[in-house]
Design a protein around this ligand. Structure first.
Ligand SMILES: [Zn+2]
Length: 479
């Protein structure tokens, strides 16, 4: 499988550290508010990678953190504390906010068929791990104490800007936001590992540490949680492109300084979901959540399909019109699958199935080309083969795409059978009863019991149901 690696800026053949096994780390949400659908695009595409690796036969272990402590509103360790901001907004404690929005996040994931990672670790459960790692960084000379805080010393690294395209200039972002530079830092790129003093509003949650009562920086969280559950060599680290710098850059700095060797081999970054006015955010414009989509009558699967229609390394533009198009496409797709009807003696054409599967895996093996994988799905529907083979191929593909194709199609088929019988103006139960009466009348006629046959006709007529005899049999009509 070819996977684009942000470290080398090219597609590389994916080779895990241990054959047959994949360790995968995903940056989780900061649980201070609902996730917007732009964040969820990242989780959908990571889900495809996770599921496709499993489909390809790998034993995957996937870990995700939950940021339930700290994490300032700006990534450069500046700005306001997001958790505290959420707590103040809703007049709750930080931990109440964390519990509520963690739950909301996993509800959204469930609605979008995003598989739950194997390990979900809240930052507040790992404080002693953070402290131990920071101590090692201090002992090795990669960290220093200044003004009550512990900082990572980026000048001690051979290379800090590991992802090309990021420079010192990126650090100026904080300045543009009107935040003063932190005078304690020896180098501009240094970042906080542990806070005991902050010029910002006090953190609600604090822990004892060798450096005083305080709380961890954001970046140390992911480094420690990943190494705790996935060991010293990580196969794949995923996240949104906005985390590449400084968050992921700092994760690499910390881990490799701590370990003394290379830590993660492949970095997968999902590009932004934009609106017509720019990058989607919680504060700008309409706050787009899964709940809002549902309220407006969209099936969350239409949004999942919308995401799969484009490549994860391209920015995607959201508009209601674009989502409408995806919803119509989804509905038509389900309609076509629902219309597949198998003959009773039909058997699956294994050769055709293998060819379908190959087209599908070729698409995903090429850096998760989901839009080509969808083409493979349409090619199944168009193919000249029996319905049983098509169903089997679609079922197989949907185990990765997870668009609820087969369930939605059988619901649609059942609903249309029901409306076909209710085309006569009666419920399916009554239609069944009438058909039984028609059969009873036919049997009576056959037995020359005309009195019984007439009695049945009259009984139904009294209820407003008229029987119509023709050479093809008896049908009914409701007055
Ligand atoms: Zn992270």
């Amino acid at each position: 499988m070819l996977l684009y690696n942000s470290l080398s800026h090219q597609k590389e053949e994916f080779v895990p550290v241990e054959p047959g096994k994949v360790s995968m780390y995903t940056c989780g949400p900061t649980v201070y508010h609902y996730a917007h659908i732009g964040n969820l695009r990242t989780y959908i595409m990571e889900d495809i990678l996770d599921r496709y690796l499993r489909y390809s036969g790998y034993a995957v272990k996937r870990v995700m953190n939950i940021t339930d402590v700290g994490h300032l509103t700006s990534d450069a360790d500046t700005g306001e504390d997001k958790m505290l901001k959420g707590a103040r907004r809703e007049h709750k404690t930080v931990m109440e906010i964390a519990a509520f929005y963690t739950n909301a996040f996993f509800n959204d994931c469930r609605a979008l068929n995003i598989r739950k990672p194997d390990v979900i670790e809240p930052a507040t459960h790992c404080i002693s791990d953070f402290i131990a790692t920071i101590q090692v960084l201090l002992d090795k000379g990669f960290a220093y104490e200044a003004g009550g805080n512990i900082y990572f010393d980026t000048s001690k690294l051979e290379q800090y800007y590991v992802f090309h395209g990021f420079t010192e200039e990126d650090l100026a972002v904080g300045v543009r936001e009107g935040v003063e530079a932190d005078g304690n830092k020896r180098n501009k790129a240094d970042f906080v590992l542990w806070f005991t003093k902050s010029k910002f509003e006090d953190q609600e949650l604090k822990w004892e540490s060798p450096w005083g009562l305080g709380y961890p920086g954001w970046h140390i969280e992911c480094s420690c949680i990943s190494m705790k559950h996935l060991g010293e060599r990580l196969d794949i680290h995923c996240g949104g492109i906005d985390n590449a710098f400084p968050h992921h850059t700092n994760e690499i700095a910390q881990c490799e300084a701590y370990l003394g060797h290379k830590w993660c081999n492949y970095w997968m970054h999902v590009l932004h979901l934009n609106t017509a006015s720019g990058k989607m955010s919680k504060s700008k414009g309409e706050f787009l959540t899964v709940d809002l989509l549902k309220q407006k009558g969209y099936d969350p699967m239409a949004y999942r399909l919308f995401c799969l229609q484009s490549h994860y390394r391209k920015n995607l533009v959201f508009s209601w019109e674009n989502l409408d198009n995806a919803a119509v496409t989804y509905d038509k797709l389900i309609g076509r699958i629902a219309a597949l009807s198998s003959a009773p003696d039909e058997s699956v054409d294994e050769e055709a199935l293998t060819a379908f599967r190959k087209e599908f895996t070729d698409a995903l093996d090429n850096d998760l080309n989901t839009s080509l994988a969808l083409t493979a799905l349409y090619d199944v529907l168009k193919a000249d083969t029996n319905a049983s083979t098509k169903r089997k191929a679609l079922e197989d593909m949907d185990s990765v795409l997870c668009l609820n194709l087969m369930e939605a199609a059988s619901r649609k088929a059942a609903a249309s059978a029901e409306s076909a019988s209710s085309g006569t103006g009666v419920s399916p139960e009554l239609a069944e009863e009438i058909r039984a009466k028609i059969q009873e009348r036919a049997d009576a006629k056959k037995a020359k019991d005309y009195a019984r046959a007439d009695a049945i006709r009259n009984e139904l007529a009294a209820r407003g149901i008229l029987l119509i005899d023709s050479k093809d049999g008896t049908t009914f009509q409701v007055k």
